[in-house]
Ligand binder design. Structure first.
Ligand SMILES: Nc1ncnc2c1ncn2[C@@H]1O[C@H](COP(=O)(O)OP(=O)(O)OP(=O)(O)O)[C@@H](O)[C@H]1O
Ligand SMILES: [Mg+2]
Length: 359
């Protein structure tokens, strides 16, 4: 890819550093975050106003390279770039680190010592059933003999205390001697919700850096027992929480929940692009509330994105009541069609993480 632009008498001196800085303001197409934040900038070279940029990224959306190239050009030509060449490669080499004293938010990403796999459950859209799926899939994984924990990272609307029937959690949660949060137990699963710590504070008005700090402390500050899988319930959308979570702890993958209609599918696609940009593998797509609103968006999005379709959960009015009562479907109606659907999805998730179910 190459464009040339002869700018008359441009005296500004372009350096690889000023180009990297400019790329901080170039958003990844369709998302709000920039290329540097997503660690996509692998290499920048500048010679006499001619700029070469190598980006490491993985996308199945064929429009992305062209859109990226044109927004990069729009950002660099006004700074005096006379030609801009953008090369896109698989994200393998280590990205350009943040410079100029800006701390690199990725530099201190950790692996949680007692947790083998951290997986996130997300969606581009609110109310599609992320939390319901997170809870029931976690219980189904535990039913398979895995050691499973649940982290409610929905700082804007934590719902796991209700779904798991531990609304008194805030008054029961304790810190260990080492100043770690001790998880509570609900239906046999160790769990912690951001909701236990909100008090009067309202993260709805928090700015990005506050969210990032809170999510990091929260994601790393829990004294989890030995776990095979920690399931993280995310807030809707592609905002600060998934980004901060991915920067804070190494994620093994993400499960994306969608509803059957096409509008939800577009949002699911966006969520998948975000996880890919964050270098988090997409484990697969779940279609929730199938039947009532149609059917089929899940498999369509999955095949379009080249990721597995993990299965569909039927629309089932009893799920609402079970959620309100804090007794998840996997416990209340373990043999129902809906529970079997959650179970099938859990089996696929476990397989993606390397476990085989023994018949
Ligand atoms: N398969 C289903 N059938 C019927 N109702 C469902 C199903 N799955 C979830 N629900 C209901 O839909 C509502 C939203 O579910 P849930 O809270 O899990 O969604 P969410 O995506 O986590 O929402 P938010 O974006 O607010 O975090 C709840 O009332 C829940 O009981
Ligand atoms: Mg939720």
């Amino acid at each position: 890819m190459s464009v040339t632009h002869e700018s008359a008498a441009d005296t500004r001196i372009l350096t690889s550093e000023s180009v990297t800085n400019a790329l901080r303001y170039v958003a990844y197409p369709g998302l709000t975050r920039d290329l540097v934040t997503f660690r996509m900038v692998q290499h920048v070279s500048v010679c006499d106003g001619r700029v070469k940029i190598r980006l490491g990224l993985h996308t199945t959306d064929e429009s992305i390279p062209g859109r990226l190239e044109s927004s990069i050009r729009d950002a660099l030509v006004p700074l005096g770039a006379t030609s801009v060449v953008v090369e896109i490669v698989e994200p393998t080499a280590s990205p350009v680190r943040a410079r100029h004293g800006t701390p690199d938010p990725w530099s201190d990403q950790v692996r949680l010592a007692s947790v083998r796999h951290v997986i996130a459950v997300g969606a581009g859209k609110g109310g599609v059933g992320k939390s319901t799926v997170a809870v029931n899939v976690a219980l189904a994984l535990a039913g398979d003999g895995l050691r499973v924990g649940l982290l409610d990272a929905d700082i804007y609307g934590p719902s796991l205390p209700i779904l798991l029937g531990i609304e008194d959690g805030a008054s029961r949660v304790r810190m260990s001697a080492e100043k770690h949060i001790e998880p509570l137990h609900a239906h046999g699963l160790p769990m912690i919700s951001f909701g236990f710590f909100l008090g009067e504070g309202s993260p709805a008005i928090w700015r990005g850096p506050m969210v990032s700090k809170a999510v990091k402390q929260f994601a790393r500050g829990v004294a989890w027992p030995e776990l095979d899988v920690l399931v993280v319930d995310l807030p809707p959308g592609t905002g600060d929480v998934p980004l901060s979570l991915a920067q804070a702890v190494a994620l093994s993958g993400a499960v994306i929940v969608t509803q059957p209609p096409r509008v939800a599918a577009a949002e699911a696609r966006k969520a998948a692009e975000m996880f890919r940009a964050l270098d988090v593998p997409v484990i697969g797509i779940v279609e929730n509330m199938s039947g009532e609103f149609g059917r089929g968006a899940g498999p369509a999005v999955a095949s379009e994105l080249g990721v597995p379709f993990l299965g569909e959960i039927p629309f089932d009015a009893s799920v609402v009541d079970e959620g309100d009562r804090g007794v998840p479907t996997m416990i209340e109606r373990a043999h129902s069609t809906t529970a079997l659907a959650f179970d099938g999805i859990a089996a696929s998730v476990a397989a993606a993480l390397g476990w085989k179910r023994v018949p």
